[in-house]
Design a protein around this ligand. Structure first.
Ligand code: ATP
Ligand code: MG
Length: 573
């Protein structure tokens, strides 16, 4: 579907780390396994929007294929009809492309239902599967606990013909949900509970978003997944640690496919997929299960799956995070089998690190107070110069008009300064970024005593804020001209939850850990040029933070800014 040159953002991005997955694949290649081609897959279930945890799996699956000049498939693991939809499929594709990856082939697992069915029937014929009529509770009781052997189902040794007939009635919808299922006949005494005649098909009376009402029973993940891998010719199937205990079952299914002569043959070599597991990415101050994210959306706690506070890929994009920053986080957290929790501050560090390189600098005042330059006549205008991005000389600079009345940030002012405060305070000289040096002489207050105007004088000799005599001016603040500034809404986001692990909320309900102040809206005074800002473009509001126009709320010429991240780094290395 896509050519090789298009694979992955940087084909070398995994080069520096020789983690265990990489060593595993290298060893297989050295041993001449399969046909020497590495084929991986990313297999999301289209039942929600992908989140940063999925992005980690995408990075592993696509990254490893790219590293070994192999192929990565995108597969919809759509074998469970509840909650799946084509809209989720389309969104998944958009998100993966935005992350910077291109799949070499695209599959729907449900396109193989007929073949899976044939494989299951063959198991029955070979005495390797049977229809079991135990209820779910009975089935669990028979299965037992790992420390003692389980008990065989009374249906375990029924004739294949009987199982086949029932299995077909299950498919046709003639048998009610929950009354029977198809089980693989493996080992009721195995210490691995997943080996004790696991269920491989169950009745689900729900329409499927692609196969409609054609099916009334569906394959279980443990049965479907190895089949999907095998039939696609996947060589290396990587997933998260919770599947480690399922691996013997994965291998069991692959063995049965080999017996049935169904493994893919490439270049005369039989392709036998193998599974390995790595630790999930977990982040502080958020939840990552799709079930919980869905609840946040459906109950209206957030503004949709792509709310900028959500850990979804689309939410992060809307907020202004970059694909490079997300890949950087994956790289820095690495691949291991060690269960860990990643500090959200590390992700923010990665975002800042990338945006610092690429963001256009602009001035905006979020908490305005008026500043009046008494020795600059009404109507006089000076021109200030400011670089568009000091990290990138090619970005050039811009002219800013500088007038008698300005807006500055109230947070840059203290009437009675604390010890280390070197910004606006009566009697102190500060630099107005790119423009001049200003000394506060007096204040104007309202009836309640609140400061409404900061008055003072500027030094006409200190052009651009550089004093002719070289005297030291410690504070530099940002400003906009009151005459020329425009207003724009800015949405200030904070963590969605107040607890590192929202699931540990004392009430037992993660919703109780929602941060009531996770979004504040302010009206900012901004440089006129910011009105032209478009969603997707990164800006640094100097000294404040990184911002980008919201994709839904912005109108041409009237952007609404999302704060991507503040400039303050809270990450402790
Ligand atoms: P969720 O619990 O969020 O619904 P899931 O595992 O059920 O996640 P899938 O769509 O089945 O969601 O996942 C697709 C792939 O993404 C799987 O291989 C899964 O292991 C991987 N994955 C999901 N969450 C994470 C995570 N936090 N870190 C790394 N990989 C993940
Ligand atoms: Mg899943």
């Amino acid at each position: 579907m896509h050519d090789d040159a298009n694979k992955g953002p940087e084909n070398t991005e995994l080069d520096t780390s020789r983690h265990f997955l990489r060593q595993w694949i290298e060893a297989d290649l050295a041993a001449g396994k399969n046909d020497g081609t590495v084929v991986t897959r990313f297999p999301p279930e289209p039942n929600g929007w992908i989140h940063i945890g999925h992005a980690k799996a995408v990075w592993v699956d696509f990254g490893m294929a790219a590293l070994f000049h192999g192929r990565c498939h995108l597969r919809m693991d759509d074998t469970n009809p509840s909650k799946e939809s084509e809209d989720f499929v389309e969104q998944l594709k958009r998100d993966i492309e935005w992350l910077g990856y291109k799949w070499d082939a695209f599959f729907y697992a449900c396109d193989r239902f007929e073949e899976m069915w044939a494989i299951a029937e063959e198991l029955i014929r070979r005495g390797q599967a049977y229809v079991c009529e135990l209820s779910q509770e009975e089935w669990k009781a028979y299965r037992g606990v790992p420390t003692e052997p389980g008990r065989p189902s009374p249906w375990r040794d029924r004739p294949a013909e009987e199982s086949l007939a029932l299995f077909r009635r299950m498919r046709a919808g003639e048998i009610p949900e929950g009354t029977c299922c198809l089980r693989a006949k493996i080992d009721m005494a195995s210490p691995n509970i997943h080996f004790r005649d696991p269920v491989i098909y169950r009745i689900v009376d729900l329409p499927h978003y692609r196969t409609g009402t054609a099916w009334h029973c569906y394959p279980m993940y443990d049965f479907a997944h190895p089949i999907e891998d095998a039939l696609e010719g996947v060589t290396h199937s990587m997933c998260t640690l919770e599947f480690e205990v399922h691996r013997p079952l994965y291998d069991w299914v692959i063995d049965r496919l080999a017996e049935q002569g169904r493994l893919v043959v490439r270049d005369g070599k039989t392709i036998r997929p193998q599974q390995r597991e790595f630790a999930r990415l977990n982040l502080t101050y958020t939840v990552m299960s799709k079930r919980l994210l869905r609840q946040l959306v459906e109950e209206g706690h957030v503004d949709g799956w792509d709310d900028p506070r959500m850990p979804t890929v689309a939410g992060m994009r809307r907020r202004g995070y970059t694909p490079a920053a997300i890949r950087d986080l994956c790289e820095r957290t690495g691949v291991s089998k060690y269960k860990s929790l990643t500090d959200l501050a590390l992700l923010e560090w990665c975002v800042r690190d990338d945006l610092n390189r690429v963001a256009t600098r602009r001035m905006a005042v979020l908490n305005p107070v008026k500043l009046v330059i008494d020795n600059l006549p009404e109507g006089a205008e000076l021109v200030a110069h400011a670089p568009n991005n000091p990290e990138d000389p090619a970005a050039g600079s811009r002219e800013l008009r500088f007038t008698r009345e300005l807006w500055v940030d109230r947070d840059d002012f203290m009437e009675v300064p604390s010890k280390k405060f070197h910004r606006l305070t009566p009697g102190n000289e500060v630099r107005l970024r790119g423009a001049c040096l200003f000394t506060c002489t007096h204040l104007v207050k309202d009836a309640s005593g609140a400061v409404t105007e900061i008055h003072g004088t500027y030094d006409p000799e200190a052009v651009g804020g550089n004093p002719a005599d070289g005297r030291k001016v410690r504070g530099t603040i940002h400003w906009v001209s009151a005459k020329y500034a425009k207003t724009a809404e800015a949405r200030l986001y904070d963590r969605l939850f107040t607890l590192e692990d929202p699931m540990s909320a004392p009430s037992g309900n993660f919703l109780d850990a929602l941060n009531p102040e996770s979004m504040k809206t302010v009206t900012a005074y901004v440089e006129p040029a910011l009105l032209e800002a478009k969603p997707g473009e990164p800006y640094q509001f100097e000294r404040v933070g990184y911002f980008t126009p919201d994709v839904h709320a912005s109108r041409p010429g009237a952007p609404v800014f999302n704060r991507t991240v503040t400039l303050k780094d809270s990450f402790k290395k």
